[in-house]
Design a protein around this ligand. Structure first.
Ligand SMILES: [Zn+2]
Length: 384
C-alpha cells in the first residue's frame, strides 16, 4: 500500500464517524449504497427495516399512532369535525394527544393554524403552495419549481401562521407524487422528514443515508444519498377488497360506522400485534364531509385507544424523536419530547382575526397585520 492510499484511508476513517453531526448540507455523495448497519446508527442514521429501534421487545415498545390530515384547512372543517373528535383527549402520560396537519396554501385559515399550534401543540407541516393539477406536473417539476412550492409555503406558514421555522420539519407531496428532485430540495433545506412514500411492509422510519427499499416507482426512487433526512413510510391499509389503500379517502368506502371502525381497528392491530411500527391514520378534510358515520367511527376508534396504556397519539416529529431515542414503556412517563409543552398563546382569536381580506378567488385570515396588498402566492409568499 503506498503512502497516498494510506493517507486517503486515514482521511476516510476520520471523516465517516464525524459525518452524523454535520449531515445536512453535505454535498451529494453519489448513488446510495445498501445500508451498512455498523456505520448507520441512531440518533441520526437508521437502516430501513422492520426491527424495533433500540432492539426493544414489542411488549416494551409504545404503540405510536399518528393522525395526519392534508390540504387547505378551513375553520368550518375544524369546527364541524376535528374539534369534535380530538381536543380534550390525553395520552397515558397526561398530555394532550398530537396531530399533524400537512398544509397547502389555498383555503387555509392561518389564524386557525396559529390557534392549533399554540393552544394544542399540533404540528404544522408543509404540503406545497399550489397543490396544482395535473398530477404529472409534479413528476416533471424542476428544482426551482419544487423549491418554490416547498419553501414559499414554509415562508407563508411562518409569516401568516406564526409557525416557527424550526418547527416546520416535514413535507408530504401533493397527490403523493414524489421525485428525486423533491427529496434533494428537502435535504438541502434541512427538512427532518419526508412523509409520502407508500409500502405494504411494516417498516419503521429510516434515514436516506443509504438506499431506500421504498419507491413509488423506479422513476421516483431516491437513488442518491441524503444523510439525516428521515423517510416516514406511508404504510398502506389492508381492506376487505384486497386492494391496499394509502389514505382513508382512497379506500373502497365502507358504508357504516361499524365497517369504518373495523377497517381502522384491523389495520391498527396489524401494527400492534406485529412490530409496533407507527400506525398512521391519514385523510383529508374532504373525507369527513362524505358521511357523518366517518367522524363517529374515528371517535369510537379514539375511545378504544384511550383505554390502552401502551398507545400514544403523537405528532410526526414526536414520533421521530422516539425513534431517535427509543425509550421503553416503563420509562416513557419521563420521555421529554412527549411531555406537555408550555407555549405562548396565539396572537389573536381565529374567530375575530386581526387580518381578514378578500382577494377575489381566495381570502386571507391571519393574526399577522397588516393584511398584504396581494394574496400571498407561489413566488410571492409576502403578498407584496
Ligand atoms: Zn393533498
Amino acid at each position: 500500500m503506498n503512502v497516498l492510499v494510506l493517507a486517503l484511508l486515514v482521511q476516510l476513517a476520520v471523516a465517516v464517524p464525524l459525518s452524523p453531526a454535520g449531515r445536512h448540507g453535505d454535498p451529494l455523495r453519489g448513488p446510495a449504497q445498501p445500508c451498512d448497519k455498523a456505520r448507520c446508527k441512531l440518533p441520526s442514521c437508521r437502516c430501513a427495516g422492520t426491527d424495533i429501534p433500540g432492539g426493544l421487545a414489542a411488549d416494551k415498545t409504545p404503540q405510536i399512532v399518528m393522525f395526519s390530515f392534508d390540504d387547505g384547512l378551513r375553520a368550518i372543517d375544524y369546527e364541524r369535525y376535528y374539534s369534535k373528535a380530538f381536543p380534550n383527549r390525553n395520552n397515558p402520560n397526561g398530555c394532550e394527544i398530537g396531530l399533524t396537519f400537512f398544509v397547502s396554501h389555498n383555503y387555509t385559515n392561518y389564524a386557525l393554524l396559529e390557534d392549533l399550534h399554540y393552544n394544542h401543540g399540533y404540528e404544522i407541516a408543509d404540503h406545497s403552495v399550489d397543490h396544482r393539477e395535473p398530477t404529472t406536473w409534479w413528476q416533471k417539476a424542476s428544482k426551482e419549481e419544487w423549491s418554490h412550492e416547498i419553501m414559499d409555503q414554509k415562508a407563508i406558514l411562518e409569516k401568516w401562521g406564526n409557525i416557527p421555522a424550526d418547527s416546520i420539519r416535514g413535507f408530504r407531496s401533493p397527490f403523493l407524487v414524489t421525485s428525486e428532485t423533491e427529496i434533494e430540495v428537502l435535504h438541502e433545506n434541512k427538512f427532518l422528514y419526508e412523509a409520502t412514500m407508500g409500502t405494504q411492509t411494516n417498516y419503521w422510519p429510516f434515514t436516506l443515508d443509504y438506499k431506500s427499499p421504498i419507491c413509488n416507482s423506479p422513476a421516483t426512487c431516491p437513488n442518491n444519498t441524503y444523510p439525516g433526512l428521515w423517510l416516514v413510510p406511508n404504510i398502506n391499509y389492508r381492506q376487505s377488497s384486497g386492494y391496499p389503500c394509502a389514505m382513508l379517502d382512497a379506500c373502497t368506502a365502507p358504508h357504516s360506522q361499524e365497517e369504518w371502525f373495523k377497517l381502522l381497528m384491523d389495520n391498527f392491530n396489524d401494527h400492534y400485534n406485529d412490530n409496533r411500527s407507527p400506525f398512521g391514520v391519514y385523510a383529508h378534510s374532504a373525507w369527513f364531509w362524505l358521511g357523518e358515520e366517518r367522524l363517529a367511527a374515528l371517535s369510537a376508534f379514539l375511545d378504544k385507544l384511550a383505554i390502552m396504556k401502551d398507545v400514544y397519539i403523537v405528532t410526526h416529529s414526536q414520533m421521530l424523536a422516539w425513534v431517535q431515542d427509543p425509550t421503553p414503556l416503563d420509562k416513557i412517563g419521563d420521555f421529554a419530547p412527549w411531555k406537555c409543552p408550555s407555549r405562548p398563546k396565539p396572537r389573536c382569536n381565529y374567530k375575530t382575526p386581526s387580518c381578514y381580506k378578500n382577494y377575489g378567488e381566495f381570502s386571507l385570515t391571519s393574526c399577522t397585520t397588516p393584511c398584504p396588498p396581494r394574496y400571498p402566492h407561489y413566488g410571492d409568499p409576502d403578498g407584496k
